[in-house]
Ligand binder design. Structure first.
Ligand code: AMP
Ligand code: MG
Length: 501
C-alpha cells in the first residue's frame, strides 16, 4: 500500500491506461516503490517524455526528482512487480520476477503506441529473493547511456526516461556505492521467461491470457490467423532474427542472454554486462559472469534460437492440442530462425562494406575481410567506418587503408575497390550511404567506465552528459566529439564488464 506521504505527493503527469495490472493476480504482486532519503535528478529525457505525452514542464526539478525516485507516485499509476521465470545460463529457474524493478503503469504515446514505464532500483518486491531491490549508480548510468545509444543507432530497445540519485548507499562487493533509480520505458516487459513462468506451472488459463495480451500488444494481426499462437511465435522469431542481426552488425554483445532477458517485442532489454566489441573477435565475451563464453559475440544468434525454442515449448499447448503435431509445427517455426537471421545478417554486413549484391562473391569477400579483421585485431567500428572513407578516397595516392598497409591488407582492398567499380553507383553516394550505417561513435567501454568513475568519485556528471551528447548522432562526423571515436589504448582497455546491480 502506498504510504500517506506518497499519496500527498501524487503528481499529475499524463494519462495512465494500465492493462497488465488488470490481468489475473498471479501475474504480478502489487508493491509501492520504497521512498528514498534524498532524491536528486541526474538526467531526464525530455524528448522521450514529450513523445510519451508526459507533461513534466510544470514540475520543478525537485518534484521531478521526487517523481523519478518513486517518492511521489503519478496519478493513475498502479505499481506492480511482474512474475517471470527464466533459463539463466542454461538452467531453468521457475521463479525470478521483478526483483528490483517496479512497473508504474502504461501510457499511450503521441503516436498511439502503448508503453510501460518502469522503475529499476526502487526497492524490494515479492520477487527480490536475497537481493535488496536497489540499483547502484554505475549500472544505472551504463543502462541509460547504452540504451539511448542503441536507440540513436536505430536498434529496437527499451529507453531511458530518467535517472536519479537516491541519496542512499547500496552495498555491493566493491563496498558501499551511491544508489540510483533508472526510469525505463519499453513497448512491453513481456519476456520469454514470462511465458515460461506459467508453462512451468501448467497454468494454461494464464498462458492463454498472456498470449492474448501479447498478441493485442505486439501482433494484432495474429489474432485473425488460423493458429494465433503459431503466428505470434513466428512474429517473435522474425523480430528477434532482425534484432540479433543488428546487434551483430554493430559489434554489440549483450552479455546475459538468459530467457528472462529476451523480450517478445523484439526490443533489446536489460543492459547489464553488455559491451561493444573493439578488436574483432567472434569469440569475444566481456561479461565477468560469463566465464565459459556462453553469450560470446558469435554465439548470440544460436543462443537467440535456443531461447526461442524455450518460448515455443511454453506455447506448445496453445499451438496444437495434439502434442506431437504441436512439436512438429513449433520445430518448423524455430528452424525458420536460421535463414531469417542469416539473410538479415549477410545483408547488413554486405551493406556496411558497400556491397549491395547478393552474389556468393560478395559473401566471400565479406568473409575474407572479417578474417583479416580478426587476424589483425582491428577495431570493429573504426574499421568499417574507414571503409566508408576508403570508398570516397578510392585506391589512388590518398587512399585509406582500413585493413592495414601491408601486402595482405592492400591486396584485399584492391579486390574490394575492383568490386565497387563494377557498380554504377558514384563513390560519393556510396560513401554517404556507408556512413549512414557504419557509426563513427559507439559507447566504448572505457568511456563508460570513465563516466561512472567521475560520478562515483567526484559526484561529477559532466562526463556522463558529454558522452550522452556524443552518442546522440552516432553516424555523423562531429569535430566536437572526435575524442569519443578511438578505441581504448592498452592502458584504457576494459577486460571485463560487471552486472553489479
Ligand atoms: P538480471 O540477471 O539482471 O536480468 O536479473 C536476474 C534476476 O535477479 C531478476 O529476477 C532480477 O529482478 C533479480 N535481481 C537482480 N538484482 C537484484 C537486486 N539488487 N535485488 C533484487 N533482485 C535482483
Ligand atoms: Mg533481467
Amino acid at each position: 500500500m502506498p504510504s500517506a506521504n506518497r499519496i500527498l505527493n501524487a503528481v499529475q503527469i499524463g494519462t495512465f491506461d494500465n492493462h497488465y495490472a488488470k490481468l489475473p493476480e498471479r501475474f504480478f504482486a502489487r508493491v509501492a516503490p520504497k521512498t528514498v532519503a534524498a532524491p536528486r535528478l541526474i538526467a531526464v529525457n525530455h524528448a522521450l517524455a514529450q513523445h510519451l505525452g508526459l507533461s513534466l514542464a510544470h514540475l520543478a526539478p525537485q518534484d521531478q526528482a521526487l517523481l523519478f525516485s518513486g517518492n511521489a507516485i503519478p496519478d493513475g499509476a498502479e505499481p506492480i512487480a511482474t512474475a517471470y521465470a527464466g533459463h539463466q545460463f542454461g538452467n531453468f529457474v521457475p521463479q525470478l520476477g521483478d526483483g528490483r524493478a517496479i512497473l508504474l503503469g502504461e501510457v499511450i504515446a503521441r503516436d498511439g503506441a502503448r508503453y510501460d514505464i518502469q522503475f529499476k532500483g526502487s526497492g524490494p518486491t515479492l520477487y527480490s529473493r536475497n537481493g535488496d531491490g536497489r540499483a547502484a549508480l554505475g549500472p544505472v548510468l551504463r543502462e541509460y547511456l547504452v540504451s539511448e545509444a542503441m536507440h540513436a543507432l536505430g536498434v529496437p530497445t527499451t529507453r531511458a526516461l530518467a535517472a536519479t540519485l537516491t541519496g542512499e548507499r547500496v552495498l555491493r562487493e566493491q563496498g558501499p556505492l551511491p544508489g540510483a533509480v533508472l526510469t525505463r520505458v519499453a513497448s512491453s516487459h513481456i519476456r520469454v521467461g514470462t511465458f515460461q513462468f506459467f508453462a512451468a506451472r501448467e497454468d494454461q488459463e494464464a498462458l492463454r491470457a498472456l498470449l492474448d495480451f501479447a498478441i493485442a500488444r505486439h501482433d494484432p494481426t495474429a489474432r485473425e490467423a488460423e493458429n494465433p499462437a503459431l503466428a505470434f511465435l513466428q512474429g517473435v522469431i522474425k523480430r528477434q532474427a532482425s534484432l540479433i542481426a543488428q546487434w551483430m552488425s554493430l559489434g554489440f554483445i549483450h552479455g546475459v542472454m538468459n530467457t528472462d532477458n529476451m523480450t517478445v517485442s523484439g526490443e533489446t532489454i536489460d543492459y547489464g554486462p553488455c559491451a561493444f566489441m573493439e578488436a574483432y573477435d567472434p569469440g569475444k565475451a566481456y561479461s565477468f559472469i560469463d566465464q565459459f563464453g556462453r553469450y560470446a559475440y558469435a554465439r548470440q544468434p544460436a543462443i537467440a534460437q535456443w531461447n526461442l525454442a524455450r518460448l515455443a515449448e511454453a506455447l506448445l499447448p496453445l499451438i496444437d492440442e495434439d502434442e506431437e503435431r504441436a512439436v512438429a509445427t513449433a520445430s518448423a517455426a524455430i528452424t525458420g530462425f536460421g535463414p531469417l537471421y542469416t539473410d538479415a545478417y549477410r545483408r547488413a554486413m554486405r551493406a556496411k562494406l558497400g556491397l549491395d549484391g547478393s552474389q556468393a562473391e560478395d559473401d566471400e569477400l565479406l568473409e575474407t575481410i572479417l578474417t583479416r579483421m580478426h587476424q589483425a585485431q582491428l577495431d570493429f567500428t573504426g574499421c568499417f567506418r574507414s571503409f566508408a572513407e576508403a570508398a570516397l578516397a578510392g585506391d589512388g595516392t590518398h587512399a585509406v587503408h582500413p585493413l592495414g598497409t601491408d601486402e595482405i591488407g592492400q591486396a584485399i582492398m584492391t579486390r574490394w575497390h575492383a568490386r565497387l567499380d563494377r557498380d554504377a553507383r558514384s563513390r560519393a553516394d556510396l560513401a554517404a550511404h556507408m556512413k549512414s550505417i557504419n557509426p563513427v561513435r559507439i559507447p566504448r567501454n572505457h568511456r563508460i567506465e570513465e563516466v561512472i568513475e567521475a560520478a562515483i568519485r567526484s559526484n561529477d556528471f559532466e562526463p556522463f552528459h558529454r558522452l550522452h551528447a556524443a552518442l546522440q548522432n552516432p553516424y555523423q562526423d562531429d569535430p566536437a566529439f572526435t575524442a569519443y571515436e578511438a578505441p581504448a589504448t592498452q592502458d584504457e582497455q576494459v577486460a571485463a564488464t560487471f552486472c553489479g546491480t
